[in-house]
Each structure stands twice: as structure tokens, then as C-alpha cells.
Design a binder for this molecule. Structure first.
Ligand code: IPE
Ligand code: IPE
Ligand code: MG
Length: 240
């Protein structure tokens, strides 16, 4: 995973004071990558691990504190059984959001072992969204809210944004400032709908197995060149 001069040059232009603390990525294009290489789809998922490694090391190098990767969606359960198994095997570590209970037992065990082993690490939190979808998460939040109201521990009139956020799977995590999607698709596919309310979006035609640190650095650099207005006027944002 050596860095080329080109990668280092992009990295050097990043303002270390304004690195997003949370980057979320919709990793897409494994199947097309495999097709281009004349290999079965599963080979694309195996090679996607390179993209994960690159994104993780790159993010850690520039000081990103939270990295959330969309690894497997609720809708991905509809893919052929063999592909589902392969996708779940090639997953990585630390934290998970999603309907983890529905994962195969061995997969859940591996995940829990990895989370327990890495629980003390503090440099970067890698969160895998597994059997995750934003609508699943929001529906579950509503169930929790209703149950709390019924139990008398929550006053409906007191429900605010914080009450919502703390019942989502991402409770305690900052919202992503930057959302990346690979493979040229420009859609959200049911990922983090609440949390990306004001995220900057960055799309690239690069297929996920070809994703390298340079792409992450370029995304962060472009992010730093954008004006985040949060509903204000440009003038209000630039005059402090
Ligand atoms: C991303 O690659 C992996 C997951 C969605 C789980 P795809 O498998 O979606 O690849 P394409 O979109 O078919 O190329
Ligand atoms: C989105 O990719 C889900 C993940 C990256 C896990 P998909 O490839 O499943 O999304 P669609 O079907 O193209 O929207
Ligand atoms: Mg896809």
C-alpha cells in the first residue's frame, strides 16, 4: 500500500485543521469490476477489501475520526445466496450498525470477536453498516419512541431532534460531514438518511476495488473547497 508521489501531493494540500471528523462511504461497483476482469462477482467483493484497507489507512493518516462503510444493505439480502455469503465473509472490524441479529451465527460471532478485540482502540472508529437501511433504522427508532411513551418515560411533547438521534443506530456518533459513493451511481440507496441532512456529497466513477487513498484525499480536498452554508447566506458564512 505504498503511496505514490501523486497521492502524497494531494494529501499535502489538505488543511489538517478542517478534516471532516466523520466520512461515510457507499462502496459500490464490485460486480462491475469483476465483470471487467472476466471474473465472477464474488471476486469483486474479495478485491473490494483493498478499497476498505485504502480508505481506512488514508482516513487514519489525515486524522478522520469516524469512518462508516456501507457494506451490506437490507435490500442486498435479495441477492443470490452464494453472493450474500461471500459479501458477509469479506467484512472487516470494530463497530457495526444494522440488523446484526439477522446475520448468520458464525458471521455474528466473528464480528463480535473483532469488536471486542478492537474495543480499546481510539484513533479511528470503523463502523460497518451490515444488514442496514435507513428506513429500518428510522422504523426501529419510532418503535422505541412509542414504547418509551407508553412506558411513561418519554413525554410526546418533549420529543426533539436529540430524542430521535439517540434512538438511532448511530447514537453517540457525529453526523458525517462527507459522503462518498463510488461506481458512478448518484443515489443514496437507503443509507443514513437522517444523518446526512447536511453532508457534502462526492461521487466518483471509480469502482470500489480500485478505490485508493488518493481518491479519499481528493474527496476531502474537494470538501474543503466547498462552502457549507447550513441555510445561511454566503455572506453570513464568510464574515465571522
Ligand atoms: C458493492 O458492489 C457491494 C455491495 C453492494 C454489497 P456491488 O456488488 O453492488 O457491485 P455492482 O453495483 O453490481 O457493480
Ligand atoms: C448500495 O449498493 C448498498 C451498499 C453499498 C451496501 P447497491 O449496489 O446495493 O445499491 P443499488 O441497488 O445500486 O441502489
Ligand atoms: Mg451496486
Amino acid at each position: 500500500m505504498e503511496s505514490t508521489a501523486h497521492t502524497e501531493a494531494i494529501k499535502a494540500r489538505i488543511d489538517s485543521e478542517r478534516v471532516p471528523q466523520h466520512v461515510a462511504i457507499i462502496m459500490d461497483g464490485n460486480g462491475r469490476w469483476a465483470e471487467q476482469h472476466g471474473e465472477p462477482r464474488i471476486s469483486g467483493h474479495m478485491n473490494g477489501v483493498t478499497g476498505v484497507r485504502e480508505a481506512l489507512t488514508g482516513a487514519s493518516e489525515i486524522g478522520v475520526r469516524w469512518l462508516t462503510l456501507y457494506a451490506f444493505s437490507t435490500e442486498n439480502w435479495n441477492r443470490p445466496q452464494a453472493e450474500v455469503s461471500a459479501l458477509l465473509r469479506s467484512s472487516v472490524r470494530l463497530r457495526a450498525i444494522g440488523d446484526v441479529e439477522s446475520l448468520p451465527e458464525n458471521c455474528r460471532q466473528t464480528l463480535e470477536d473483532a469488536m471486542a478485540r478492537t474495543a480499546g482502540n481510539t484513533r479511528i472508529t470503523l463502523t460497518l453498516a451490515l444488514s442496514y437501511s435507513a428506513r429500518w433504522e428510522i422504523t426501529r427508532m419510532a418503535q422505541r419512541m412509542a414504547a418509551d411513551a407508553k412506558a411513561g418515560t418519554l413525554n410526546p411533547a418533549a420529543v426533539d431532534e436529540q430524542a430521535v438521534a439517540e434512538r438511532l443506530a448511530t447514537a453517540g456518533m457525529p453526523d458525517p460531514e462527507l459522503l462518498i459513493r463510488t461506481s458512478g451511481e448518484q443515489r443514496i440507496s437507503n443509507f443514513l438518511l437522517w444523518q446526512i441532512a447536511y453532508a457534502e456529497l462526492w461521487f466518483t466513477p471509480v469502482l470500489w476495488p480500485d478505490f485508493r487513498k488518493e481518491h479519499l484525499f481528493q474527496a476531502v480536498l474537494d470538501y474543503q473547497g466547498r462552502e457549507r452554508r447550513f441555510g445561511k447566506t454566503s455572506q453570513q458564512v464568510t464574515t465571522r
